[in-house]
Design a protein around this ligand. Structure first.
Ligand SMILES: Nc1ncnc2c1ncn2[C@@H]1O[C@H](COP(=O)(O)OP(=O)(O)OP(=O)(O)O)[C@@H](O)[C@H]1O
Ligand SMILES: [Mg+2]
Length: 241
């Protein structure tokens, strides 16, 4: 796509049955870019990500990924094309081991050396997971569960990693570790990241650009430098009077 675009959401309307949640959303992610979506509870952030990943269908509008129109494509196809998703609430299979959860992320790949290499890569990235590989994921701490969910998303070798609520419920030191790891993924693997983050300060720190969702519509989008100086964002989201 033009201008190194990886993802383009164009005039998207979406919701659940008769309830419309998203209104005329336009959003872009360029190659190697980190983009955040911020907004209050119920603003439609998860609904937007679920549309992009194909978990729920849109009402209107189009989604393009790397020159392909993926609007009508099923979710597994989108994953195969290069989208990786770590959902809100992590959705791990608690009855399975850490390693089996990670392998679920590679379910569309043939189990070969490359899968083993990627497992090693995930264990290098998230060191605590290696020691717990035979442990049930339900017994992990919140931070370890988030590592496992992001690791699982990485097992499909995504070009675009989509994360819903990176830091929710996690201690600041764990969040710092995750932020470093995301920076490393971008630098060393060229992965682009689209993330929803309720901690607006964290979101503006990590991302290059951001979109503000208010009542299901994009109210502001800009570079994070400019968003951090925006008066509305300072008062409404950063608690700075
Ligand atoms: N499965 C569903 N069926 C019907 N309505 C839903 C469903 N999931 C979400 N909604 C509604 O859609 C709206 C947006 O929800 P969404 O989960 O996208 O918000 P969010 O911005 O992710 O909020 P949060 O910060 O609390 O995670 C809310 O009004 C919510 O009640
Ligand atoms: Mg949400």
């Amino acid at each position: 796509m033009k201008d190194n675009l990886l993802l383009k959401v164009s005039n998207l309307d979406a919701g659940y049955g008769a309830i419309q949640v998203l209104w005329d959303i336009n959003l872009e992610v360029k190659q190697k870019e980190v983009v955040c979506v911020i907004g209050a509870n119920g603003a439609g952030k998860s609904t937007l990500l679920k549309n992009i990943v194909g978990i729920i269908p849109s009402f209107k509008g189009e989604i393009f990924y790397s020159d392909n129109n993926i609007t009508k494509m099923a979710s597994p196809e989108r994953i195969k094309m290069g989208l990786g998703f770590a959902p809100e609430g992590r959705h791990l299979f608690f009855g399975l081991t850490v390693e089996d959860n990670l392998l679920m992320g590679a379910f569309q790949r043939k189990y070969d050396e490359s899968v083993k290499e990627d497992l090693d890569f995930v264990y290098t990235l998230f060191k605590p997971l290696k020691g717990y590989r035979k442990k049930l994921s339900g017994n992990l701490s919140g931070g370890e569960q988030q590592m496992c969910a992001i690791g699982r998303a990485l097992m499909s070798r995504p070009e675009l990693l989509i994360i819903d609520e990176l830091s929710l419920g996690l201690a600041p030191v764990v969040v710092d570790d995750l932020i470093d790891i995301l920076a490393k993924l971008r630098k060393e693997r060229g992965i682009s990241i689209l993330l929803v983050e309720q901690d607006v300060k964290v979101a503006l720190d990590i991302a290059d650009r951001g979109y503000v969702l208010e009542a299901g519509a994009v109210s502001i989008h800009d570079t994070t430098d400019k968003l951090a100086k925006n008066e509305h964002i300072k008062t409404a989201y950063l608690g700075i009077a």
